[in-house]
Design a protein around this ligand. Structure first.
Ligand SMILES: Cc1ncc(COP(=O)(O)O)c(C=O)c1O
Length: 399
């Protein structure tokens, strides 16, 4: 490997959300907590970014003038070329809009397309800010739970059809790849979802933030690339934030091929005065998409190695914990229900006995209760440490 993903970088004292947040703010933890929690909760990486990104930022910073900025053609070209090379989707410059975040993009999409009381379909358990995107903007949640068949999460298409057929259903937020269950949706699944949405006049926001973090044997397919109809009925969010560890720079791209959907989205962007991008975000994004392909390939291989380690070590040390298959994202999804079926008690054990700070499964919806999400974008040593902590905390329960 050309890059050293094993390197431990001390992030404490850098105002890192992951490492410097006050554990007293943890939802549901109303008991005293000791220091020394291992943080594997929020989805960012403990790896240094690719050297090309750091160089580009340092070079830009040295200029010393940081005024309002434009998106240069070279940045558009970097994104277009990346999407075509890596995902086989040819996007056009005038389809793209730059916004500070994917969650913000989701909020604006709901504002642009939903009337008060409209229903927005989500596939639970799912990335929890989706709930807020919907109800903070006056819409209602239409829950279409994924079904767990053996170890695999699948879409219940009959239930999805029922949700979409509701006359108040106007939007569907797809999480692709899916956070937290780690599915990479197949072409057949995306085609069928698109067909049901089209028939029922439901538009789609496809959140593809994790699209570049794909495990061996799987292939991400952009929802909009599947066919003309999917393209015309959808808005896609991509970003370098997960792929290249740039979340703190706040750079998201919304891609809307359909001119009418774009016009409606532009109205909302304008009314929120979202127009000019962050200078450093643009600098980093261009370097990332144009010069860091090898880094992404190695990062994916490293994360895959972390997952394989976790799976094997858990099978040996805590065989009752199911490590769900990981197709995409760097988020492992662990089923602890055989050890502790009560989600709140499980959280307490994680925080007070294992001393690991994770995103609790119930945050993603009731279907997630008894599961834990573990961020694997970190040096292997942290994963080894996590397994030791799990084993110690559950030693008696596993007998
Ligand atoms: C599916 C998904 N969408 C959006 C985000 C957050 O995006 P942003 O920080 O750009 O709002 C995350 C972060 O974990 C995510 O997993």
């Amino acid at each position: 490997m050309a890059y050293d993903f094993d390197r431990i970088i001390d992030r404490r004292g850098t105002d890192s959300c992951k490492w410097d947040s006050d554990p007293r703010t943890i939802e549901g933890a109303d008991y005293p907590l000791e220091d020394g929690l291992l943080p594997m909760w929020i989805a960012d990486m403990d790896f240094e970014v690719a050297p090309e990104i750091k160089e580009a930022l340092v070079h830009r910073a040295e200029h010393g003038v940081y005024g309002y900025t434009l998106v240069p053609d070279s940045c558009y070209e970097a994104i277009i070329s990346w999407m075509e090379r890596r995902h086989g989707w040819r996007v056009k410059k005038d389809w793209m809009r730059f916004v500070p975040g994917a969650v913000m993009a989701g909020h604006m999409v709901i504002q642009a397309f939903c009337h008060p009381g409209d229903k927005v379909i989500i596939q639970t358990p799912v990335y929890y800010p989706f709930y807020r995107m919907i109800f903070n903007n006056g819409a209602r949640i239409s829950r279409c739970p994924l079904t767990l068949k053996g170890d695999r999460y699948e879409i219940d298409f009959e239930e999805f059809e029922r949700c979409a057929a509701d006359p108040r259903a106007s939007f569907f937020i797809l999480c692709s790849p899916h956070n937290p269950v780690g599915r990479v949706w197949t072409r057949e699944e995306l085609t069928r979802l698109g067909e049901i949405c089209r028939r029922n006049h439901v538009h789609v926001l496809s959140d593809e933030l994790h699209c570049d973090i794909i495990m061996p044997g799987h292939k991400h397919i952009p929802f909009a690339s599947v066919n003309e109809e999917n393209s015309a009925g959808s808005i896609t969010a991509i970003a370098p934030s997960k792929t290249f560890n740039l979340a703190g720079l706040q750079a998201t791209v919304i891609i809307t091929p359909d001119p009418e959907l774009r016009r409606r989205l532009d109205n909302v962007l304008e009314s929120n005065s979202v127009s000019r991008p962050n200078l450093f975000a643009i600098t980093a994004m261009e370097a990332a998409y144009s010069r860091c392909e090898k880094w992404v390939d190695e990062m994916n291989a490293y994360v895959s190695g972390n997952y394989e380690y976790l799976k094997k070590a858990m099978a040996q040390r805590l065989p009752k914990v199911r490590v769900m298959p990981l197709e995409g994202t760097y988020l492992a999804w662990l089923d602890f229900r055989a050890m502790e079926p009560d989600g709140k008690k499980l959280q307490q054990r994680m925080l007070t006995k294992a001393k690991i700070w994770l995103d609790e499964g119930w945050l993603f919806g009731p279907e997630g209760s008894g599961f834990e999400r573990v961020v694997l974008a970190c040096p292997r040593r942290y994963v080894e440490d996590a397994v030791d902590r799990f084993a110690e905390a559950f030693a008696a329960a596993s007998l």
